[in-house]
Design a protein around this ligand. Sequence first.
Ligand code: NAX
Ligand code: ADP
Ligand code: K
Length: 500
Amino acid sequence: MRTAYTSDQIRSAELALMARLPEGTLMDRAATGLAGVCAHLLAGSRGRVYGSRVALLIGSGDNGGDALYAGARLARRGARVEAVLAGSRTHEGGLAALRKAGGRAHPYDAARARELLADADLVMDGLVGIGGSGPLREPYGTLAELTAEAGGLVVAVDVPSGVDASSGRVEGPAVRAHLTVTFGAYKAGLLVDPGATHAGAVELVDIGLGPFLPDPEVAALTADDVADLLPRPGEESDKYRRGVVGIAAGSDRYTGAAVLSVGGAVRAGAGMVRFASSAEPVRLVRARWPEAITTVLDPSLVLKSSLDEVGRVQAWVLGPGLGTGPEAHAVARAVLSTGVPVLVDADGLTLVAKDRTLLRRAAPTVLTPHAGELSRLLGVPREHIEAGRLDHVRRAAAELGATVLLKGSTTLVAEEHRPVRVNTTGTPWLATGGTGDVLSGIAGALLAAGLTGYDAASCAAYVHGLAARTAAGGGAVGRGQAPIAALDVAQALPEALRTL
Ligand SMILES: NC(=O)C1=CN([C@@H]2O[C@H](COP(=O)(O)OP(=O)(O)OC[C@H]3O[C@@H](n4cnc5c(N)ncnc54)[C@H](O)[C@@H]3O)[C@@H](O)[C@H]2O)[C@@H](O)CC1
Ligand SMILES: Nc1ncnc2c1ncn2[C@@H]1O[C@H](COP(=O)(O)OP(=O)(O)O)[C@@H](O)[C@H]1O
Ligand SMILES: [K+]
């Protein structure tokens, strides 16, 4: 499990550790690690450190101190290091070390800074770290913009300046780094968008903080964690014990979502899928997934909240393509009044947003909104949710009494009193119609197999992202990849699951 923390948590741990060590030890560890990573990058891009040009952006706090000490180390290895002193004051020890090593420092001047940044092989952003609050003040904001204009290699020290380390919020200009070298532990804001995109790749430098860290605010499952959690059939398994998932999805108007959701469940390893809907989606699901047992719902029985005709299931998926009219509402009421876990997606979320009484139930509920759907559930503008994903997913879990999986460029899973889980797989190729329907089926299959809502949602997000990457051609977005369609994601599930 990869764990991440807020600035306050990191600061308390640092204080406890610092009290046991000679002064300056932590900054020395941080700067040594930072210089090592930068030297490695320079050796990779220019062949050697000697003669390379390094620009340091220095703020008034210890973040600037780290950059100055690291710059001094690079200067001792023959790099031409020039610092822009942008703060009202400068870390004295760091500045003295840089000068002693042959580096140069200049007070901030926009024209000079622009030249230095344009000439630099590598820019080290030491403006603000975990001590930052609110939008970047001047001249830091201008420096963040000049750095982006210069277009060189950017390494953020601890946190990209302008990104809130605890939440990943970005208000105003912020540094966009290729790599962030972070000290002691991951900061939550480095894993959650928009902060995660600004951070680029994140490298952790150990400074000995481990024993002093509290329970994390945010956690990310690794491949091993997911492999341990995923259900695998035992010798004596049968289809019922592996988990029967019911899917109430589709309508005569929207049929595709039902086919995709059933596909996700079948390919994710459900023991059996029972599909219940109106005639047309049933016909199409039967044609595409003969494995599914289907029932054409009788509207008069549904209005009596009865799903007896469908047969027993261990969990339900409710909503993809269901519609939002009175019949859909009756289906939602019938499904949500059962005593088994229910995953609510898409139109199901619209129904629930209009009638919160549907969520009054004893069994677990998992909601899988994107930002627009969460906006309707919470009555908060969509942009606010995208800017503060972590806060809003937590709030939704508490307010709605459910496990909430928030989809988007960063997928988060929240449940009260648990760390928010952030998904590390996935690819922007997933931003295409219908992939969310596949996700609902995968999570439904895992719920039916007996995973908790929290584990089912976070494992589903992980394998969904992995399958999407597999379907697109593997790795980060780049050459050698092709766009994917939602059904490709379902079809790639077996290949992705075999790697776990
Ligand atoms: N505390 C420790 O033990 C360690 C701290 N380290 C470094 O120290 C950093 C934290 O240092 P500090 O607590 O001095 O804080 P920072 O250096 O992160 O920032 C604080 C300074 O930035 C200014 N500032 C805050 N928000 C601003 C904004 N929006 N615009 C412009 N200026 C702003 C503040 O007025 C203050 O002068 C960490 O991120 C890390 O880089 C490392 O050396 C490892 C050890
Ligand atoms: N930029 C992105 N990067 C990674 N994943 C994304 C991105 N945009 C969307 N996704 C993922 O794609 C899926 C889209 O689901 P959803 O919004 O429900 O679409 P649909 O309703 O068309 O199925 C989600 O799993 C979401 O997390
Ligand atoms: K920084």
